[in-house]
Design a protein around this ligand. Structure first.
Ligand code: AMP
Length: 140
């Protein structure tokens, strides 16, 4: 497997070099709105500890990350009044990964609303900002 390369776009977001629509941040993770949402309320939770995929992640970092994924997933489901949650994680390009910094996709799902393709139109910043605020309001 290739080594982690900190020139990827999520590492740049973590360093504050490019903006994101933030939902939550602590010492373990950063959560922000996906710029090409596959459903309304599509959130990415990225690890602060540098790893390329799930496969090379430090197990201790993963065990700190997963409760955050659950907490933010619960908030997204509550904010969107969703019926469920799709959790996605792609490891390596063959599996669909495009940004090589460990992240989880949280997709609040509503009955009868299909998921859009992985690469679609970019959402308006004001729309993402309003969704992030609604999700933040549901975080304990
Ligand atoms: P993956 O295929 O799992 O690596 O997914 C990467 C995700 O990052 C895609 O869903 C993109 O829409 C999303 N993405 C890429 N660049 C940005 C960005 N600058 N801000 C927010 N989301 C992004």
């Amino acid at each position: 497997m290739p080594a982690y390369d900190d020139a990827n776009i999520f590492a740049r977001i973590l360093r504050g070099e490019i903006p994101c629509t933030k939902v939550y941040e602590d010492e373990v993770c950063l959560a922000f709105m996906d710029i090409m949402p596959q459903v309304e309320g599509h959130v990415l939770v990225i690890a602060k500890s540098p790893s390329r995929t799930l496969l090379d992640a430090d197990p201790a970092a993963l065990s700190a990350l997963m409760p955050r994924v659950q907490r933010i997933g619960r908030a997204a489901v509550a904010a969107l009044k969703a019926d469920g949650l799709t959790l996605m994680q792609f490891s390596e390009a063959t599996a669909g990964q495009t940004v090589f910094h460990l992240h989880f996709h949280l997709l609040p799902r509503r009955e009868g609303v299909p998921m859009r393709p992985h690469e679609g139109p970019t959402a308006k910043p004001e729309v993402l900002g309003a969704l992030a605020e609604r999700i933040r309001a549901e975080l304990p």
